[in-house]
Write a protein that binds this ligand. Structure first.
Ligand code: ADP
Length: 326
């Protein structure tokens, strides 16, 4: 087995709270094993522009509690092309990098998978996305923080909804996945959760709202994932207003607050554990996998499987939403 000397770490694609904790864990575990650890700025773009620098233990001091990513993140068009990836490889070679840790979402793993097939630098992926839509792990770095931010905001909306007997349609993040909507909806007692994984029957929701009105239940919360097929919170509210003009219907789009903030305990622990495991895997010669945690155990998933597969949502959750909000 080739001896590991120099490794690089980068954050790529959509940012997620807890990425800093993962970077810290990679750097400190690497240094513990007497490796040289390099940070790559702005994801794959930094590999192309040679924005690569050696990190020390103190480079990651005081960041475990910070949202965002000190290494910055970006989307990089050139990396989709072979020529771009070759340029990235040549820059990494200048620093004698012999292992890369990519913290990002499935798009980033797609890039890492291609890169590792074409060149002789092994990659390890760590799931960093608020959406939790990656197979091979029970959660992703950033999901728990994003959900807790959504819950805090929705609880506040409930207070004002309750004071005025209003119906609120709240949009949360999730273009392809509804986990933030589902978890925040259940945790705040929402009457309905709309998400891309499930067909939305707005007419049925309207019928239920009308039935609720007859029994004087006027406060209703509808949590909508941005990727729901109906077209987001504004469209859902428009359809409701059309059929129920008498209801006082308001819309709140939570937006980017869900990406920021200090990571929760769960995200810090997940990020620390995965960052540590990434370096251990490289040292053991385990390559081109995403590392996740399944049933509280570290699990390796080949990068191509982490890319393609999506988790399925158990339909029982929707039954729970319905029963508990009735
Ligand atoms: P995320 O990792 O959050 O899913 P993206 O889908 O934007 O975010 O991917 C991040 C970056 O990974 C892209 O900007 C690109 O540089 C690289 N990437 C994504 N998909 C591919 C691919 N099929 N081939 C090569 N590089 C890719």
């Amino acid at each position: 087995m080739k001896k590991l000397n120099n490794i690089a770490v980068l954050t790529s694609g959509g940012d997620a709270p807890g990425m800093n904790a993962a970077v810290r864990a990679v750097v400190r575990t690497g240094i513990y094993h007497q490796l040289n650890v390099f940070g790559v700025m702005y994801g794959y773009r930094g590999m192309l522009t040679n924005d690569i620098f050696q990190m020390e233990s103190k480079s990651v001091a005081n960041i475990i509690q910070r949202g965002g990513t000190i290494l910055k993140t970006a989307r990089c068009k050139e990396f989709y092309e072979y020529e771009g990836r070759k340029k990235a490889y040549e820059n990494l070679k200048k620093h004698n990098i012999d292992g890369i840790v990519v913290i990002g979402g499935d798009g980033s793993f797609n890039g890492a998978q291609k890169f590792s097939q074409e060149f002789d630098i092994p990659c390890i992926g760590l799931p960093g996305t608020i959406d939790k839509d990656i197979a091979g792990t029970d959660s992703t770095i950033g999901f728990d923080t994003a959900v807790n931010t959504a819950i805090e905001a929705i609880d506040k909306i409930r207070d004002t909804a309750d004071a005025h007997d209003r119906l609120f349609v709240i949009e949360v993040m999730g273009r392809d996945a509804g986990y933030i909507a589902l978890h925040s909806g259940i945790s705040t007692g929402a009457e309905h959760v709309l998400m891309p994984e499930r067909k939305t029957e707005v007419n049925e929701i309207i019928e239920e709202l009308q039935a609720n009105e007859r029994r004087k239940k006027l406060v209703n919360l509808i949590v909508v994932a941005e990727g729901d097929e109906t077209g987001g919170a504004n469209e859902v509210a428009r359809r409701i207003k059309e059929s129920c003009p008498q209801l006082d219907t308001r819309v709140t789009i939570l937006g980017h607050i869900q990406r920021g903030g200090s990571p929760t305990c769960q995200d810090r622990i997940l990020a620390s554990r995965l960052g540590y495991a990434a370096v251990e895997a490289l040292r053991e010669g385990i390559h081109n996998v995403m590392i996740g945690v399944v049933n509280d155990k570290i699990q390796y998933t080949p990068l191509d499987k982490a890319v393609k597969a999506k988790q399925e949502i158990d339909p029982e959750w929707f039954k729970i939403v319905k029963i508990l909000a009735s």
